[in-house]
Ligand binder design. Structure first.
Ligand code: ADP
Length: 553
């Protein structure tokens, strides 16, 4: 598909330069365009910032007729239309919140013999709920004026994805009604199973698939334990590496956003907060100030993200554990779109993990607090997937000390193989890796499991660790845990080692965090339980446990 001998090649290259001002094509853009213009159905997996829009905007310019684009958010659509109008390409959108007369006017224009629009953008709800729209599309099709159907953020079709939207599933109707119109499905996030799900639901029988490496060489990844000094650390980090530059700090809750923004203002940064419970106008105002660089730092929930097209975001900091590894990758992807070096820093704490797990189990995963960018996720079907995702993140954050870049690539996106030797120390773990030692920790693991049982499976991980290290606190004494055989058995271990082993036991499902309901203030507590069937392997000798530990631990 990379050939330069297609009948449209000359015009393609000229318009790319003249209309869009691009000196050349980015990886896979030419290939995708050639395939879709040849009439094939195409599925494109391209990282955020890779330039997906051009792959349908250029064909739309060159081919006669209208391109129908299905996109999940009105704000995203408005942003796209604004860009198209700036380069004099007429485009319109239809959404249910528009005045009926306005909708009528657009539909009338679609009916006209020489329709001026090159693009019609709609939300998936509109396709699912509007017979009027379908009738107009049929009429366009009969007049051979429906050039192409584009499904943006196509992973929303799949229940296995992290942003499932029921209305996307109904989009299969488009291929049924218009089997000869080429479909172009675009996403920046899809695992193998998501891709198969999407292709099937949309009815793309023989589609051509393009995917490219998701490695972003200009991003530097770090994973840092979160302490009470986290905000001071963030302040120091920004002042040292990104002073007066633009960045996003993702927080778990609305309250966190406000608190973090306030603190950063005190430290002298131009920071603001952004979350789902703010008025629309207030949010738009913040976005505007941010795009004009009047505000450098936005402290936000994941409500801030989709459609953010700022190329010079120099850092993305996760103040708390993200909801999934895919989400994490996408959020980090907002940094360094211009290709210049940028930082991605993840602060983790065990208590955040418990909070996240609790939110998932309670189904409070919504766009405004934490989770899907598009609305309430289907928790019943995706709860387990999210949990697995969070556990994968934990593996990444705490345990393995492997190359973060290769972990990210391998865990998502078709299990892309990325060799850690290619990282060239651009993630924290690779920078530290020489200072790591690999150690057999089976005995420590067994002792910790035993200790959980000895204490009656009623205590938190923090307490179990205290007893293991030999604490004589009042709480330990109150429960007479100082008299247990394993009290103080982990005294000799380096700081942090026992907790790493314990966390590894949790991610291996040998120990299970039983999350208790939150109190009035939303705090969450948990107790450790033993998963007997998994623990059996450890005690029978069938399983040993080796961990890579920083030598300073
Ligand atoms: P995506 O939808 O994949 O996240 P976009 O289509 O929004 O990415 O493109 C990201 C940025 O890259 C935009 O600012 C766009 O103008 C720019 N871009 C796209 N293609 C090219 C190209 N061939 N050369 C230079 N810049 C490009």
């Amino acid at each position: 598909w990379s050939s330069r001998d297609f009948p449209w090649t000359k015009k393609l290259e000229a318009d790319n330069k003249k209309v869009f001002g691009n000196p050349s094509f980015r990886p896979n853009q030419r290939e995708v365009i050639n395939a879709t213009m040849s009439g094939c159905d195409v599925f494109v997996l391209m990282p955020t910032g890779g330039g997906k829009s051009l792959t349908y905007q250029l064909p739309a310019l060159i081919c006669p007729g209208i391109t129908l684009v299905i996109s999940p958010l009105v704000s995203l659509i408005q942003d796209q239309i604004m860009h198209l109008l700036q380069v004099n390409i007429p485009a319109a959108y239809l959404s249910s919140n528009m005045e009926w007369t306005e909708q009528q006017e657009i539909l009338r224009e679609l009916n006209s013999d020489v329709c001026k629009y090159k693009f019609l953008y709609v939300t998936p709800e509109k396709v699912a709920k509007s017979d009027v729209l379908l009738r107009h599309l049929e009429s366009l099709h009969t007049r051979e004026s429906l050039a192409r159907i584009v499904i943006d953020e196509a992973h929303c079709v799949s229940q296995w994805g992290h942003d499932f939207r029921p209305d996307y599933q109904g989009l299969g109707i488009l291929k049924q009604k218009f089997p000869t119109v080429p479909v172009l499905a675009l996403t920046a996030t899809a695992t193998m199973s998501v891709k198969e799900d999407v292709v099937q639901a949309l009815g793309l029988a023989n589609c051509i698939i393009f995917r490219q490496s998701f490695n972003r060489p200009n991003l530097r990844y770090s994973v840092i334990p979160k302490t009470k000094k986290c905000l001071e650390d963030i302040d120091n980090f920004i002042k040292k590496f990104h002073f007066d530059q633009c960045g996003i700090i993702y927080c778990l809750s609305r309250m966190d956003c406000e608190r973090v923004a306030e603190k950063l203002q005190e430290y002298g940064h131009k920071a603001a907060f952004y979350h789902g419970s703010m008025e629309g106008a207030q949010r738009a105002n913040i976005q505007k100030q941010w795009s004009k660089d009047e505000i450098n730092i936005i402290c936000a929930t994941v409500a801030f993200g989709m459609g953010i097209n700022k190329p010079d975001v120099r850092f993305v900091i996760h103040h708390s554990l993200p909801k999934s590894i895919e989400g994490y990758h996408q959020e980090c992807g907002r940094a360094g779109r211009d290709g210049l070096p940028s930082s991605c820093v993840l602060y983790y704490s065990y208590s955040d993990y418990i909070r996240v797990k609790h939110m998932i189990s309670q189904g409070t995963v919504d766009q405004n607090s934490f989770g899907s960018g598009y609305g309430r996720s289907n928790v019943a079907t995706s709860g387990r997937i999210l949990e697995t995702n969070v556990e994968n993140l934990l593996r990444m954050a705490w345990i393995v000390l492997k190359c973060l870049r290769s972990l990210l690539c391998n865990l998502i996106h078709f299990g892309e193989k990325f060799e850690s030797t290619n990282c060239r120390k651009t993630c924290d773990n690779c920078s530290k890796i020489q200072k790591c030692i690999e150690k057999d920790v089976t005995e420590v693991a067994k002792q910790l499991v035993e200790l959980v049982k000895m204490t009656g499976q009623k205590f938190s991980s923090a307490h179990v660790l205290e007893v293991y290290r030999g604490s004589l606190s009042q709480y330990v004494k109150k429960h007479r845990h100082e008299s247990l055989r394993l009290h103080g058995a982990g005294k000799h271990l380096a700081k942090g080692e026992a907790s790493r082993v314990l966390r590894h036991l949790v991610t291996e499902d040998i120990l299970v965090e039983d999350v208790k309901k939150s109190d009035l203030y939303g705090s969450v507590s948990s107790v450790l339980k033993v998963n007997e069937s998994k623990a059996y392997n450890l005690f029978s000798g069938a399983q040993t446990m080796r961990l890579r530990l920083p030598s300073s631990v």
